[in-house]
Write a protein that binds this ligand. Structure first.
Ligand code: SF4
Length: 331
């Protein structure tokens, strides 16, 4: 029976190359692609890049959704964060722990990743690679094919299941070697290099910090909403999200769940989701905020329509807030 490996696959070039290097040795690879509301790098549902790559390159893939257990990790990552809310060491460890479970289930000999020594400051220096390996419980079974010759041999290499001489010794931030390899393997589809993780984005990070501090009993819908629309907080128990375009309005509407929905009656404009119970005064501020983002509406008297728990009521939108008032409540 041929050796099997489980691979972490973001869809980026490095993760695909790591898989190709093992496939090239006749090793069967099962790729795991983790998706969450923060990883945009995986492509849209219609054009899910890792799935396309797997089909083109002839390996199996499983797409795994990260849920509340990942959110709890984000709240308090034991090894800290990068510049923003990205807990790269713990995030990698978390995914590798899942991969280890699957490795055991399917009788694979090892787990591989596309990590390159010295490529990323927080999670890919030697000490971090060792730490991640230990914490994930994969000591001796975690192979980084692109940098393998610079690292201690793994058990499958020692046992001759993986030919170390056919692995690589890439390190650093340059992508030259990887692009040359992509040509050699004639790879057609892979995602753009990193930058797809919203946890490294300052705006999303601010919203995430706000969520953790203001709404301890949040759910996955609250988490998914973080990357949609513009976010505002009127007070600790009252938050509003305003769609930026038609597509966002539709997505917000699908996620409305336990939110009130506000929109202008008789005029097209943004949809607003409200979490909390606004009093009359706050409702006026929300109406004026909605009016601020309905720039094309010139009518003097504009009415806001609110839907909550299947009931609808209406109130005057009032004058738009001014720029400073909007900035004062923006998250
Ligand atoms: S960049 Fe994002 S997805 Fe990648 S390891 Fe860091 S937190 Fe996880």
């Amino acid at each position: 029976m041929s050796t099997r490996a489980v691979a972490l696959m973001s869809g980026g070039l490095d993760s695909v190359l790591a898989i190709k290097l093992l496939q090239d040795q006749g090793i069967q690879v099962l790729a795991l692609n983790f998706v969450s509301c923060f990883f945009a790098c995986a492509g849209s549902q219609k054009r899910h890049i890792p799935t396309i790559t797997a089909r083109e390159e002839g390996f199996e893939i499983r797409v795994l959704k990260l849920g509340m257990d990942y959110m709890r990790l984000l709240e308090n990552p034991p090894h800290g964060r990068g510049r923003e809310m990205n807990p790269c060491v713990d995030c990698h460890t978390f995914m590798l722990q899942k991969a280890k479970k699957i490795m055991t289930e399917i009788g694979a000999a090892l787990v591989i990743t596309g990590e390159v020594l010295g490529q990323r400051p927080l999670s890919q220096h030697l000490q971090a690679l060792r730490l991640i390996e230990k914490e994930s419980g994969l000591s001796g079974r975690l192979l980084r094919p692109l940098s393998a010759q610079l690292l201690k041999p793994t058990i499958p290499e020692d046992e001759g299941l993986v030919d170390r001489s056919r692995l690589l010794a890439i390190q650093g931030r340059s992508r030259k070697n990887q692009f040359a390899l992509a040509e050699k393997f004639k790879l057609r589809t892979f995602s753009a290099p990193a930058g797809g993780c919203l946890l490294t984005d300052p705006v999303i990070s601010r919203r995430l910090r706000d969520l953790f501090s203001r709404l301890p009993d949040y759910d996955m819908i609250d988490a998914r909403l973080l990357s949609l629309g513009r976010h505002f907080r009127l007070h600790p128990q009252l938050k509003a999200i305003v769609g930026r375009n038609q597509e966002e309005n539709e997505r917000l509407s699908r996620l409305a769940d336990n939110h009130q929905q506000l929109e202008l009656r008789d005029h097209s404009g943004p949809l607003m989701l409200v979490r909390g119970q606004p009093n009359q005064q706050e409702l006026q501020v929300l109406g004026r905020l909605l009016r601020f983002y309905a720039k094309k509406v010139t009518a003097k008297e504009v009415v806001v329509c609110r839907i909550q728990a299947g009931r609808t009521d209406e109130f005057p939108a009032g004058d738009p807030l001014d720029n400073q008032q909007v900035e004062d409540i923006r998250i």
